[in-house]
Ligand binder design. Sequence first.
Ligand code: ADP
Ligand code: MG
Length: 311
Amino acid sequence: MKDKIVVALGGNALGKTPVEQLELVKRTAKPIVDLIAEGHEVVLAHGNGPQVGMINLAMATSAGSDSGTPDMPFPECGAMSQGYIGYHLQNAIREELLNRDMQIPVATVITQVIVDKDDPAFENPTKPIGAFYSKEEADVLIETKGYDMVEDAGRGWRRVVPSPKPVDVAEKDTVMALVEKNHVVISVGGGGIPVVQEGNKLVGVPAVIDKDFASSKLAEIVDADYLIILTAVEQVAINFGKENEKWLAELNMEECNQYIEEGHFAPGSMLPKVKACMAFAESKPGRRALITSLEKAADGIAGKTGTLIKM
Ligand code: ADP
Ligand code: MG
């Protein structure tokens, strides 16, 4: 069966520096093009934690110097990261397609994801971004820029931003038009640039939308059959990292809820993936989601490994 598949790429697909990223995306392109070669329609999403962190840190450091670099707002940093990652990723996929004599256009869509200005996450910023500061520097940033700053595990003070839930994808009609024309589209990079709607205006907000949730929302919007989250582990486990660790081939909603309740999935890493998969699987009968590693993507799709999450 040919499926419409949203593939979400994690940090291990992109690396941390431009040199590393350029090398890694070559490897990343292979399982993606395998899917396309099998006849599936593929829409891509990806994370941007290290990349947006790097851009934000460079901008913040430079703006404080004599260079005259302007203050760069966080949503703009997110937009830059989408362009930078998309540039490498689209070229790697293009090259891999051409190496297999496949003439399929690939493009990145700079994507804004609409969030609710009343999302409770705005009351409780939790996501650390950018540099570490001393207490004195942190106080100045709180005073002059209104940042929320927290002490991060004894390593210094860091800015924290909220992580609201994705509500809609602003460029969804463009993404869908391209998908219908059989283009390979890269969208909602880093979870999308978070924006709130003010009349006809979309206004960027300093926040981080979880890329797993944004990918799930994108998968719903493009009416995908399958959401595949590619990460650093081949399967989801219970008792992860413990002696009685158990890798799971399949999870239904009840099991997911039970294991979430029992605290098996780490909040900053596996929990959003499981929740994103649940949301997609529950959104329409027949939809299913898979969590596996980049290396095992082909086996995962063939049903040989990974953790399948379905109703
Ligand atoms: P990504 O960049 O792909 O989003 P994350 O680091 O955010 O990657 O999440 C994947 C990581 O989640 C795995 O590498 C693993 O260390 C961790 N993890 C936490 N809990 C679990 C679990 N129960 N089963 C498997 N992996 C888990
Ligand atoms: Mg993650």
